[in-house]
Design a protein. Structure first.
Length: 285
């Protein structure tokens, strides 16, 4: 268990949604053309007005979430109500609601969109053609895990920031679970398999965001290593179930999805997950 980069976590003065988390335009999954640039325009027009300064966030907005997260840790993962309160308070007070919580997942949303785009192309254009178009022809015929590892730089940012690091770590954690699909060839992936891969990534990225924002300073555990493992397992299980329970998107025919539709599915998935996590936190108060 760990975070995607060591820091003290965001302070109360950190903007609710830092500007670097929102690309200038939503990144489109690879669809036969060149990959779009990530992040803000490197050559902005000096004649354009600067974006407005975001309002100051409420003071101490992470305090309640961190307090409950610490209680959950000290219980060795047994105080599930404290976990629900921590995550719900993070979404409601820490970020200002599920919409802002979703926007804070900027790098992860970009990775999710690009990954779904590749999976879509596997079905629509074939694995061989897709890998060749991405300059990854050397991966043709390799096992599923090797192909997904090879796709890391295609779907993830360079890992230069904490947020891109969260997305990259979530992707690698997802790749590590591919063996559970019992699929050796990416051409054999079903829509259900693709849904599982997508939701697994979303869940891992939310866990990474939570650990970075409200758990980056570490915890004191009352017990031993078993308590640490129970904490980690309970946290990941809770987020995974919530992501799966809240998902209402349609991935039954991925080959038919446009880049724009993929982007909407991704944003909707994160928004619905944070909505449910916030509701469950409110119910645990």
């Amino acid at each position: 268990m760990g975070t995607s980069g060591r820091s003290g976590g965001p302070s109360s003065q950190t903007p609710l949604v830092p500007s670097w988390l929102e690309p200038a335009a939503p990144p489109a999954p690879p669809d036969g053309g060149a990959a779009p640039e990530r992040g803000p325009n490197p050559h902005p027009d000096p004649r354009q007005p600067l974006p407005p300064i975001p309002p100051s966030p409420p003071p101490g907005r992470f305090k309640s979430a961190r307090t409950n997260f610490s209680s959950f840790a000290r219980s060795g993962g047994r105080d599930v109500r404290a976990l629900r309160r921590a995550v719900g308070q993070y979404a409601r007070s820490g970020t200002g609601g599920s919409g802002n919580a979703t926007r804070r997942m900027g790098a992860s949303r970009a990775t999710a969109s690009l990954a779904l785009g590749v999976l879509r192309d596997f079905q629509r254009d074939g694995v061989v053609e897709t890998l060749r178009r991405l300059d990854l022809a050397d991966l043709v015929g390799r096992p599923l895990e090797d192909i997904f590892i090879g796709l890391t730089d295609t779907v993830c940012g360079d890992g230069g920031s904490i947020d891109e690091g969260i997305a990259r770590e979530a992707w690698l954690e997802t790749v590590a679970e591919l063996h559970e699909l019992h699929v050796a060839n990416p051409a054999d992936l079903t829509p259900d398999d693709m849904r599982t891969i997508f939701l697994t990534f979303v869940a891992h990225s939310i866990v990474g965001r939570l650990l970075q924002d409200i758990g980056a300073n570490g915890f004191k555990f009352a017990g031993d290593l078993a308590d640490v493992e129970a904490f980690d397992e309970q946290l990941r299980s809770y987020i995974r179930r919530s992501v799966e329970d809240s998902f209402s998107g349609d991935l039954t025919a991925p080959a038919a999805l446009s880049d724009e539709q993929i982007g909407r599915v991704v944003d909707q998935t994160y928004r619905e997950a944070w909505d449910l996590l916030q509701l469950q936190g409110d119910a645990a108060e």
